[in-house]
Design a protein around this ligand. Structure first.
Ligand SMILES: [Fe+2]
Ligand SMILES: [Fe+2]
Length: 294
């Protein structure tokens, strides 16, 4: 009998211990039906006041905001659309499961769960803005999932630290000592990477396949050009590291520029649109931090 991969075993343990809220599951189910009405979604989301208030704040944020503000859940759902409403419901739900560790020891440590979550929120915002400014039709088609993908791309780091803290604790030090990438060190010491673990957990939580695939491949963006969300997240990682966005980084700040420029060209995020996305990012990031790090 084939032995179970270590990330699969850990993913089972995690999803046995943590499940998505009933409200998030109902939203996902409803949003999957194109005939679902705004009133039906409003009824389900309103059962969760925290989710309702976050959804309204997101609909009014500079990321999704429009001239006229959303005053209630119905307004927010109407503006965001079915897919984005589902994705944001997922994101708030996962946020509740993973971001509660603000006072953990090593809070100021780059690899603390709090810092990884800050990096994740920033990556969500930047992914979304880059996708919106991209000229590539293929990527714009998937822009609804860009925020969720960025937000969750490193969930494997947070979960590995929560569930394998003793083993994971030494990974950052080993990276420096061995001068190797995070996935390489993880594979060597844990037998799996944070990409593997994150993807397996999201798969079990029934997240959209395009999101799961992008999480699985985000450290080798050039090899996964078939799913534009993967190279998009790769670009986001490098931009955050090279602009010294505070906190956790899982790619080196000295960018291997050649490969990256090719990907940016392919996704049509170059020149003015790229600069505009970065400019908007610095305005948007603090607003999103307020929503996701409350
Ligand atoms: Fe990563
Ligand atoms: Fe990352």
């Amino acid at each position: 009998m084939a032995t179970e991969a270590p990330e699969e075993k850990l993913a089972k343990k995690i999803t046995d211990a943590m499940s998505l809220s009933a409200v998030a599951q109902q939203v996902a189910q409803l949003a999957g039906d194109i005939n679902c009405s705004v009133a039906e979604l409003d009824k389900v989301i309103s059962k969760d006041p925290a989710m309702s208030s976050k959804l309204i704040k997101m609909a009014n944020s500079s990321l999704f905001g429009f001239f006229k503000k959303s005053r209630n859940v119905s307004d927010a759902v109407t503006r965001l659309g079915l897919k984005q409403t589902r994705n944001l419901a997922y994101s708030f739900c996962v946020g509740n499961l993973v971001s509660g560790e603000k006072s953990a020891e090593g809070h100021e440590h780059e690899y603390s769960q709090f810092n990884v979550w800050c990096h994740s929120v920033a990556a969500g915002a930047l992914n979304d803005l880059l996708a919106k400014h991209s000229g590539a039709r293929e990527l714009r088609k998937h822009s609804d999932a860009a925020f969720l993908t960025g937000l969750l791309h490193d969930i494997g780091v947070i979960l590995a630290d929560q569930y394998k803290h003793k083993d994971y604790y030494s990974v950052p030090g080993m990276m420096t000592y061995l001068n190797q990438s995070l996935p390489k060190v993880e594979s060597r010491f844990l037998g799996f990477t944070h990409e593997d673990l994150g993807a397996r957990v999201l798969e079990k939580w029934k997240f959209p396949k395009e999101v799961v695939d992008a999480v699985q491949g985000h450290h080798s963006p050039g090899q996964h050009l078939d799913n534009p969300l993967t190279p998009l997240t790769g670009i986001t990682e490098y931009v955050l590291a090279s602009n010294e966005f505070p906190g956790f980084h899982d790619v080196p700040a000295d960018i291997p520029a050649r490969g990256l420029e090719d990907i940016k060209f392919k996704l049509e995020i170059i020149g003015e649109p790229f600069n505009e996305a970065i400019e908007e990012f610095w305005k948007t990031a603090p607003e999103l931090m307020d929503i996701y790090l409350q």
